[in-house]
Write a protein that binds this ligand. Sequence first.
Ligand SMILES: [Zn+2]
Length: 81
Amino acid sequence: MGPSVTRRYRDIAAWRLGRPLKPWETVHHIDGDHSDDHPDNLRVLSGPRPHALIHWYERREARGVQHLWPLEEWLELHQQK
Ligand SMILES: [Zn+2]
């Protein structure tokens, strides 16, 4: 799990981005299926915090919470802090 370990989905995300990933960047599986490494299912995030925020948002959504903001806007709000 350490940053020195090369993971296939990181390579795929880097290919999609057109540049190597920074060590602190994290990759999210958009549909939650970690066996699906299709580029369209991968999202590069600027670090563990926005990644944790997405998972928090999705967990709440799965429990039926009505969010006031769409995910993208909400993430932006939180990343400005
Ligand atoms: Zn994730």
